[in-house]
Every structure is written in structure tokens, then in C-alpha cells.
Design a protein. Sequence first.
Length: 111
Amino acid sequence: MKTGKIELQKLQGFKVAEKNGRKFVFAWIDETRLFHSEATDRLYCDLVMFETPNSEYSDYAVKESLKKEEDKETTELQIIGNFSNYVKKAEEGEATEEAKTEPGTDDDLPF
């Protein structure tokens, strides 16, 4: 399972405003960064998730996808979120526990 967060204010066009003690979120996003599904009548923002194996904070970073006309060599979009792979970490923890057990010291043997 991968869990994480996306910082909406780093998406281009998201703003938070406060009025009468309540917070409101406004999104002025360039529609070329959005995908409208006519089948479901829903709006999506395309994102890219890539591994960050040397990061102490998370396993993956998330950015907005580049538009077709943008050059990936010259266009740098902000990291807007991160995700951690908790299944992978749990499996690593199990492997570490197994490594701690010395062979031949298992008390569950029937003889």
C-alpha cells in the first residue's frame, strides 16, 4: 500500500482564502493541465510519481505531468507531494526479524 499527501497549494493556481473564520480553497488551474472525462463528467489532474530511493522522507515524489508541448529538459515542475510504500517497509521489517533468529535455536521442535 502506498500512502501520501499532495500539497494542493503547490499546484499552479491553488489559493486558500479565509472569510468569517472559515477557509476556502480556490483553484485557477490552466485547463491544459486538466483532463475532463466525458464518460464520467469528472475532472482529473495528471500526475507523475517517481521513486526517490535515497530520500529519508519518502519512497516516491509526485509532480504535475508535463504538457505535450513542454520540454522535459527545460521545464522543471515543483514536487507537490510524496508517497511511502508501507508494504515494502513492513516486508523489510519481517526480513530483519527473521535475520535476528539464529538457526538451530527454534524451541518449537518436537524432539
